[in-house]
Ligand binder design. Sequence first.
Ligand SMILES: [Zn+2]
Length: 211
Amino acid sequence: MEVRRSRRRKSTVSAYRDGQRTIVAIPARFTRAQEREWVQRMLDRLADKERRRRPSDDELLERATDLATKYLGGRAHPTSVRWAANQDKRWGSCTLIDGSIRISTRVQGMPGWVLDYVLLHELAHLLHAGHGPGFWALLESYPRTERARGFLEGVAYGRDQAGDAPSDTESDDADSDDTDVDDADSDDALSDDALSDDAETALAPAGAVSA
Ligand SMILES: [Zn+2]
């Protein structure tokens, strides 16, 4: 772990992985006590973000059940949700007879809102086979459907261009790598922040978190 003090930083802190290293950038004006506090906070947030991007199978099922309740009126009932490494051409698949869902391990490490879309897509298939208007209507209440579809198309395009090489790039992270210290001053603000994917993406620059 490396702490970098920057004179250009006034009130932002960021933490990211660069290969094997973890770098925390802080304003040069920080005292040693502030440095200790913020380095620990940012390392915790980074670890938390990485955990949430690679949930266990049990956590996947819990997440899918929550999504079904929130966006599908609780009508879809998955019996199991598992990561699967053998889904080369698909992001996810489901089996109607037993209500099981498999999500490609290629989705691991993608932003949480993309994983949520892939889960919702398969959950919606438990209610509606095929990709007709009735199917897409089920996904309308999820606000990031279009954005997630674009994200996945971009990943697939990049993979095609690269000749099937796995992509570690998280293009969504490109917009910002800063967390505003002053906004996140209270613990409440920090934990609220940590729940949203927008805050997550604020923690790492493009490509810094590799799979
Ligand atoms: Zn589908």
